[in-house]
Ligand binder design. Structure first.
Ligand SMILES: [Zn+2]
Length: 140
C-alpha cells in the first residue's frame, strides 16, 4: 500500500502548517482589500499585494458541497472508505477542500454547521478537518 501524499511546505505556506501543528487554523488577510485569503499564496489574488497578514480563523463554517467516497481505485485512501470530501465555507468567507469527520456520513448535508478539528499526519503535517458543531449528524 502506498503512503498518503504529504502536502509540500513552501516558504509562504510554512506559517499555515506550523500553526496547524498547534491546532490553530490560519488564514491570510489582505489589508488593502479587507479580505481573507485561502489557500496560502505569495500575492493577493485580487490586488496582487505581497503585504499579506496571517490571522487566526474562528474555525467554524458550513458545508458548502460534499460527496461521500464509497469506492475508489486502489490508493493510500482505500482504507478510509467510506469518507466525506467536502468544500467548507468558513465564516471568514473563504472555502476549503477538506474532510468531514466524526459523524454519521448519511447525515452530512449542505449548510450543516461545522467546526475545525486537527488530524496529525506526520511530525511536520497536521491536517485541518471538520466535524458537526453540535450534536447533529449522530454525534453526541
Ligand atoms: Zn488585496
Amino acid at each position: 500500500m502506498t503512503e498518503k501524499p504529504i502536502p509540500p511546505v513552501d516558504p509562504w505556506t510554512k506559517p499555515y502548517w506550523d500553526a496547524a501543528r498547534e491546532h490553530k487554523l490560519l488564514l491570510q488577510f489582505c489589508p488593502r482589500c479587507s479580505k481573507h485569503i485561502f489557500y496560502p499564496r505569495r500575492y493577493c489574488p485580487d490586488c496582487n499585494s505581497d503585504q499579506l497578514e496571517w490571522v487566526e480563523s474562528a474555525g467554524v463554517g458550513k458545508v458548502y458541497a460534499f460527496t461521500v467516497v464509497r469506492n475508489n481505485a486502489p490508493s493510500a485512501f482505500i482504507g478510509d472508505i467510506p469518507y466525506v470530501v467536502a468544500v467548507v465555507r468558513l465564516d471568514e468567507g473563504v472555502q476549503m477542500m477538506t474532510n468531514i469527520v466524526d459523524c454519521d456520513l448519511d447525515l452530512v448535508q449542505s449548510g450543516m454547521p461545522v467546526e475545525v478539528v486537527f488530524e496529525k499526519l506526520t511530525d511536520e503535517i497536521t491536517l485541518p478537518k471538520f466535524r458537526p458543531v453540535s450534536d447533529q449528524a449522530g454525534r453526541s
